[in-house]
Design a protein around this ligand. Sequence first.
Ligand code: UTP
Length: 292
Amino acid sequence: MAYKKVRKAVIPAAGLGTRVLPISKALPKEMLPIVDKPAIQFIVEEAVRSGIEEILIITNRGKGIIEDHFDHVIELEQRLEASGRRETLDELNRITNLANIFFIRQKETKGLGHAVSCAKSFVGDEPFAVLYGDDVIIGDDPACGQLCRAYEEYGKGVVGIKKVTEEQIVRYSSLKVDLIRDNIYSVSDMIEKPSPDKVLSLYSILGRCVLPPSIFDILERTPPGAGGEIQLTDAMRELTLGEGMTGVDFTGKRYDMGNKLGILEAICEVALNHKEVGQDFRAYLKELAKTL
Ligand code: UTP
């Protein structure tokens, strides 16, 4: 039996980004450039390639430039038209027309779970994908689409999972999993930021999930957890202990744009494959490497 198709996605992008200060003081980390595109554009493109039709971006004060990025700039477009820069103009139009994008503000930064709860009326009575605004995942088969397919097959909430190191697991979430087949697992428990004695496995939720609308009732009664924030993991735990969740060890490389090293890795690897500057950057990097 095939379950409901996932058509909607939510991108929470209202965090304070304290790990990448000072740049995130005035520039949202979701707008950090990966060569010539902001991180959030990669995420919107992933959602669109996954078959998502409507996207809600959760922002807050000072994040208006995210809205501007997906809007028309008439003067700029007229200038490009007049000077015959058709290719650049087409790229700008493509960004504006990527999907039906909506925005809402999270008025207080009370955590990822609280940010997701702001999407309640947008989502209505459908399953929906969540793509964390600071996690860029690059791969041939879009990660969000891999999770949507698992939802459509098993009919349960889905988390994108990857193995992390013992040092990392205490800063992430930890999951109890059993293999179903290939890269698909059944998830029976989870914990956010576990102390070393509470680690369930080195599998952690990274950047993507698909949730049933019943998550909103759970979020309403989820008290603040780790760090005093309303944690999405705590709400997903209730879902897991009830109906269970599916885990997909997705293919694709994840870059953590909420972390300084992650930002550098993303820029470097995207630059190496960039059609305009890739070759020159590779030559530059080879020369530079000789001096290291
Ligand atoms: P993070 O916990 O990585 O973001 O949340 P943060 O709070 O900005 O990070 P630090 O620790 O201060 O550096 C994951 C995603 O959830 C969003 C963030 O924007 C990020 O994309 N988020 C987080 C919200 O939208 N609202 C929140 O209240 C918290």
